[in-house]
Structure formats: structure tokens, C-alpha cells
Design a protein around this ligand. Structure first.
Ligand code: TRP
Ligand code: SF4
Length: 324
């Protein structure tokens, strides 16, 4: 299958991104994958603060490669380096009714949310965000798109646009399927969704001490006050992590917590140790990648070439179908 996915360049990735990334890794083993940094999409909200986009792109690419995205197996590239995305976006804009974009559920919400914070994103570009995303997907004639739940409306729009194009002109685009990541989302240290904007994240590149400090900050069973009070792992943030990073001792921890035989600090230290063991090789690879700046440039250049070749092939078909 041809698989495509992208992320906006948010800089360093965190532990909350690992469920999406492990999905990518699984797909990479057996499919023709395209993974890209959506830096034009970053401009839809950050058009007036562009200074971090390039460094965020490099930081994120380094994290992708450090977790095992392999540029020899997958096509890894940056959206703004493949101009064909912009051409397809323009052509698709001709056949996309405004009402389809206006009714994308995230649209009005986000305009209002950001307006409340004094930011005006009632722009043409932001309304077109999901159409640019559709162009990203359709230009590689992708069969499937691994994304988070929040992206489903965008994928639905993409399928509708593909259907409309195929109907108006000629069958060019398959209708891409969404592939949802199956691992449950891990919360941030304060119990809310992990996000840099909440400051509750554990970065993949955090050093061991920082990881331990962040784990110590995690919210546990709030009803547990003294060390020997019986606890309820089901309502505990730390426990959600133990289930993933300390899988073989999770039964023991459950019992000890319920009996009040393990204190939360000890429990957290066991988690921090496992998390650090897990992150160590990622940290090492990341450091090696960033120590050799030309390496990332080469990865981007190879990705640009492969992606451009595939995009041009689709654009030939698109232009012939439209007769332009
Ligand atoms: N909108 C996606 C996000 O915020 C990023 C994205 C842009 C994307 N183009 C895409 C994801 C194409 C999948 C396919 O996460
Ligand atoms: Fe959570 Fe562990 Fe404390 Fe139980 S002992 S409440 S699982 S941190």
C-alpha cells in the first residue's frame, strides 16, 4: 500500500507522540511510505512568527529518525520543497465548494479560540487548511493515511474532493482510508492531554534527570494521602504509563498499590527508570544525527527527489484529466 502522513513542525517531539510514531514504524516495514513535515500548514497559524519553523523542522526530523523512521525505506521530506503540492491545492480549490470547508468541525472552533487569544486566523489560507492537506494526500495517490482521531474530518473532506474530481474529469485518485493509531493516549504529567502548549510534556530528548523530575510531578490517585493508604491504580496517571513501560511488573504494582505496600514515590522511580531505559537509545541516536548537520540535509534532499518524482507523475495525470 501507498501510505502518507505528515506533522506540522512543532519542534521536539514528546512521549505523547510515540503512539503515532510506532504506528508509522509498523507501516514502514511493509509499505511504500511517505512521511513529511507540513511546514506550509504551520504558516496557517504562525504566519507572523516564522522564525522557528526551520529549526522546528530539523528538531522534528531528528526525532523521527531517532525513533526509527528510516530514509532508506520511507520517503522523508519537507512539504515546501515539493511545489507540486501547491499546484494541486490550487486546482482542487476550483472544484471545492466553500461550504465544504466552512463546515469542517474544527474550523469555526479554532478561529474563535484563537481570536479570543488575540490572533486573527480568519484567512483564506486557514480556511483552506484541510484542502491543502487533501492535496498532500492525493498527490501521492495514497491508499491510507495514519492519523489521530482529530484528523478524521479532514480525511472525510479529502475523500469527498477526490470523488468530485474523479466524477468531473477522470478517475485519478483512490479514496484514502484513515488508519487510527491503536495505542491509548498517554496523558501529560498534569493529567491533561500531553502538549507542549500545556507545558506538561516529557520530551523524547529530555535528559535522565529531567525525565525523573517530570515523572515525580505526575498526578497519582488523589485519594491516597499517606504512604500506606490503599490506592486505586485505575485513576492513577503513573499507572497508565506503567502499563506501557513496565508491562512485565504491572500485576505486581497493581497488587502492591491496592494493599498500600508501595509508596507513590517508589512507584514513580520505577517508572522513571524504565522510561529512561526506553529513551536512552533514542537520545543517543538523536545526538548522533544532530552532531552531523549535513546528514539531515541529505535526508531531506533524497526525500525531495523521490517525492517530487511521484508528485509529478500524478500532476501529469491531473493536467491531462483537466485538459490544461
Ligand atoms: N493536519 C495534520 C496535523 O495537524 C498535519 C498534516 C498536514 C497531515 N497534511 C497532512 C497529516 C496529510 C496527514 C496527511 O497533524
Ligand atoms: Fe499510582 Fe503507583 Fe501511587 Fe498506585 S502506587 S497510586 S499506581 S503512583
Amino acid at each position: 500500500m501507498r501510505i502518507l502522513s505528515g506533522m506540522r513542525p512543532s519542534g521536539k517531539l514528546h512521549v505523547g507522540h510515540l503512539s503515532v510514531l510506532s504506528n508509522w514504524l509498523r507501516l514502514q516495514a511493509e509499505n511504500d511510505c511517505f512521511f513529511f513535515v507540513a511546514d506550509w500548514h504551520a504558516l496557517t497559524t504562525a504566519y507572523d512568527e516564522t522564525e522557528a519553523i526551520r529549526s522546528n523542522t530539523s528538531e522534528m526530523l531528528a526525532d523521527w529518525l531517532a525513533v526509527g523512521i528510516d530514509p532508506d525505506k520511507s520517503t522523508v521530506f519537507v512539504q515546501s520543497q515539493v511545489l507540486e503540492h501547491a499546484e494541486l491545492h490550487l486546482l482542487l480549490s476550483m472544484i471545492t465548494p466553500l461550504s465544504w470547508l466552512e463546515r469542517v468541525p474544527t474550523y469555526k472552533d479554532q478561529v474563535q479560540q484563537l481570536a479570543a487569544r488575540g490572533k486573527d486566523i480568519a484567512t483564506y489560507g486557514f480556511l483552506g487548511y484541510p484542502l491543502l492537506q487533501s492535496a498532500d494526500i492525493l498527490i501521492y495517490r495514497a491508499d491510507a493515511v495514519p492519523v489521530g482521531q482529530d484528523q478524521l474530518p479532514h480525511l472525510e473532506l479529502c475523500r469527498e474532493v477526490a470523488r468530485r474530481f474523479n466524477h468531473l474529469y477522470k478517475l485519478v485518485f483512490p479514496e484514502p482510508q484513515a488508519l487510527l493509531a491503536d495505542t491509548a493516549l498517554l496523558p501529560g504529567v498534569d493529567g491533561r492531554k500531553m502538549s507542549k502548549s500545556y507545558g506538561n510534556e516529557i520530551s523524547l530528548s529530555a535528559d535522565p534527570d529531567t525525565v525523573e523530575k517530570r515523572v515525580r510531578m505526575m498526578i497519582t490517585d488523589p485519594a491516597r494521602i499517606r504512604k500506606h493508604d490503599p490506592g486505586n491504580p485505575e485513576v492513577c496517571n503513573v499507572f497508565a504509563y506503567q502499563g506501557i513501560y513496565n508491562r512485565d511488573v504491572v500485576g505486581e504494582i497493581t497488587a502492591a498499590c491496592r494493599e498500600g505496600a508501595i509508596g507513590c514515590v517508589a512507584c514513580k522511580l520505577r517508572l522513571a527508570a524504565s522510561l529512561n531505559r526506553f529513551l536512552e537509545p533514542i537520545r543517543e541516536r538523536r545526538a548522533r544525527i544532530l552532531a552531523e548537520p549535513r546528514f539531515l540535509d541529505e535526508v531531506m534532499e533524497r526525500g525531495r527527489e523521490k517525492a517530487t518524482a511521484a508528485a509529478r507523475e500524478t500532476m501529469d495525470r491531473v493536467r491531462r484529466a483537466i485538459r490544461i
